[in-house]
Design a protein around this ligand. Sequence first.
Ligand code: NAP
Ligand code: ZN
Length: 347
Amino acid sequence: MIKTSVYAATDAASPLAPFTVERREPGAHDVLIDILYCGVCHSDIHQARNEWGGSIYPMVPGHEIIGVVAQIGSEVGRWQVGDTVGVGCFVDSCRQCEACEAGEEQYCHAGASFTYNSREQDRITPTYGGYSTRITVDESYVLKIPDGIPLERAAPLLCAGITTYSPLRHFGVQRNDRIAIVGLGGLGHMAVKLGKALGAHVTMLSHSPGKREDAFRLGADNFIVLRDAEAFAQNAGRFSFILDTVSAQHDYNAYLSLLRRDGTMVLIGLPEPTPLAAGPLVMGRRRLAGSLIGGIRETQEMLDFCAEHGVAADVEVIPIQNINEAYERTLKSDVRYRFVIDMASLQ
Ligand code: NAP
Ligand code: ZN
């Protein structure tokens, strides 16, 4: 076993603190990765604080991992020592079900092994994420980071990037489509950039008036603060597609009214359960859907798309000692637009 320095939550109420876990020695198909950067996703906070229930402690969050291959197993064909690689939200899956065969491993029927707060495919060994100096991962669940993207700005692509890219592509967003992104945080700022790169006309819907200038700088064509019924009424029926990234409870029904007939709203934010009314869906034959990250093949496609289109995250790099403060600032929507941990601070 490989003793590894990490930051961990030991229960739902305590701040994250230094801790040690054991990683497996690389097996025949594994790579051992020295972690350089790890992004801070709002899902890390939800799970560290057990907001979704069933959290496994000690928990080492982090699923936006960038690193360098330090060691490879005897059968590894895809990677060499020294390669710059990424690890996203899952590290294994059954590889046999219909979802895995379709390259949508995140929807594995048997249950994917998520990068942390989850179990390996033996259903026993806990997984530990990227707030860590290194990680051992099966070679098939590792991504290639294309040249040209600064590495700290590439880290958030592994979750925020793919989580927004996948529904934009799956639901067929086209050039000149009028789309809206709800919530200008880690996911939202990637959605604006990717929506623009796909040629859509992008409106940012925010509850933070102070983000107006940033929204335009990130590429948005329009910025609307939605805080009262009047603002919703003024924008009714405007958009063909809405991507909702909001992490806190809010009224989905009000946002659905912003869709035009046959429009689609996709939820990617994961707040506490929220009531849904039939009316706004029925009245405009509107659709409400959800989407979970993206598979390995699509994640690689997204990384290559970002390299080609000059898309990367806007980040604030922090030492790991500031992680608890970063969580508090994220909860106040005070992040521009992703915290990324420089793992050199944990050596
Ligand atoms: P984040 O950086 O904290 O951004 C969330 C944004 O939501 C905030 O910046 C804010 O934008 C808006 N918001 C926050 N509180 C609000 C409120 N009370 N009312 C209205 N808007 C509010 O979080 P993130 O990392 O982007 O993650 C967003 C959500 O997606 C989380 O729930 C996370 O767990 C989930 N997630 C899902 C997937 C998936 O696969 N589906 C993957 C990753 C994350 P404004 O200030 O502009 O209003
Ligand atoms: Zn995430």
